[in-house]
Design a binder for this molecule. Structure first.
Ligand SMILES: Nc1ncnc2c1ncn2[C@@H]1O[C@H](COP(=O)(O)OP(=O)(O)O)[C@@H](O)[C@H]1O
Ligand SMILES: [Mg+2]
Length: 275
């Protein structure tokens, strides 16, 4: 992958799977991938890797192919060219088995309560309904959903549904998380809280994460590395290493001078990629 000239090696390095030998069980490898929907070329010879325990952000203009890329990794789509492997496995069912995918729309099951939606992963792994709910309950409190366990998705706000969908993804118990704009419909305060919580959750239990966002600040705060995509068909036009170890208080991180400098580089790469 081409790197921006402005991302020198002496930048402070974050805790990153990038520096460790890859763990086959938790690694995403996208090599020379192309994809089109009919005549519409959406992804063009894209290379991307996510190391074990690494958190990688994807930013790019609307409609450039970010969601398509997550679906390719998740095994919901097959690439027209190139290869996609997760944990060393290329077959779609093997990719699906290793990835917990949080789509852009929450896709909660309308007939299940919020807690039963969140607890689908443990249920699918054979837990009793009571045990599955017990696994989800502490997270409900933590995510400001306490008291809404028995509500149906239709009774929840958009932000609450998004949090339930996020919990379902975490509780799926998969080594790779694919998050498509996970905090897009949250208000600013809840969003900042969720970002801090996610940073801590990722630090606590090693998962490999590939996360799409339209918010450069969000991915630079949450991720070890950020890949900037061009307009459709998506190519990787820049790769930036996040300036600070995540899970520091968010405000402190975002206010830091080096954070501002990397954010400017990311924004410039987005603009230049659009030309
Ligand atoms: N199933 C599909 N069939 C046809 N076109 C699609 C399909 N899914 C996405 N597209 C088109 O592919 C392009 C990329 O979509 P998407 O990956 O959702 O972009 P992003 O997530 O970056 O906004 C868009 O032009 C979209 O309309
Ligand atoms: Mg999308």
């Amino acid at each position: 992958m081409r790197r921006t000239a402005e991302a020198p090696a002496e930048e402070p390095r974050t805790v990153s799977g990038h520096d460790r030998p890859p763990d086959r069980a938790t690694t995403v490898e996208v090599v020379g991938v192309g994809h089109a929907f009919g005549a519409l070329a959406v992804i063009d010879r894209l290379d991307l890797g996510v190391g074990a325990g690494e958190v990688v952000g994807l930013v790019g203009p609307s409609g450039c192919g970010k969601s398509t890329l997550l679906e390719l990794v998740a095994g919901l789509l097959e690439p027209d060219g190139g290869s996609v492997r997760v944990g060393g496995q290329g077959a779609a069912p093997e990719r699906l088995a290793r990835c917990a995918y949080m789509p852009q729309r929450d896709l909660l099951l309308p007939w299940l309560s919020a807690i039963d939606n969140a607890a689908l992963g443990p249920r699918n792994r054979g837990a009793s309904r009571a045990d599955a709910r017990r696994a989800a309950a502490p997270l409900f409190e933590r995510f400001g959903l306490g008291g809404f366990e028995r509500s149906r998705p239709s009774e929840l706000s958009g932000g609450m549904r998004q949090r339930v969908a996020f919990l379902r993804t975490l509780l799926a118990g998969k080594p790779v998380l694919l998050l498509d704009e996970p905090f897009a419909s949250l208000d600013a305060i809840t969003r900042a809280e969720m970002q801090e919580w996610l940073a801590a959750a990722i630090a606590a239990q090693a998962r490999s994460v590939l996360m799409v966002s339209h918010d450069v600040e969000e991915v630079l705060y949450l991720c070890d590395r950020v890949v900037v995509l061009s307009p459709r068909p998506a190519r990787a036009v820049a790769e930036l290493r996040a300036p600070a170890p995540r899970a520091r208080p968010r405000d402190e991180t975002v206010a830091a001078t080096d954070f501002g400098a990397v954010r400017e580089r990311a924004l410039r790469a987005l603009r230049e990629g659009a030309r």
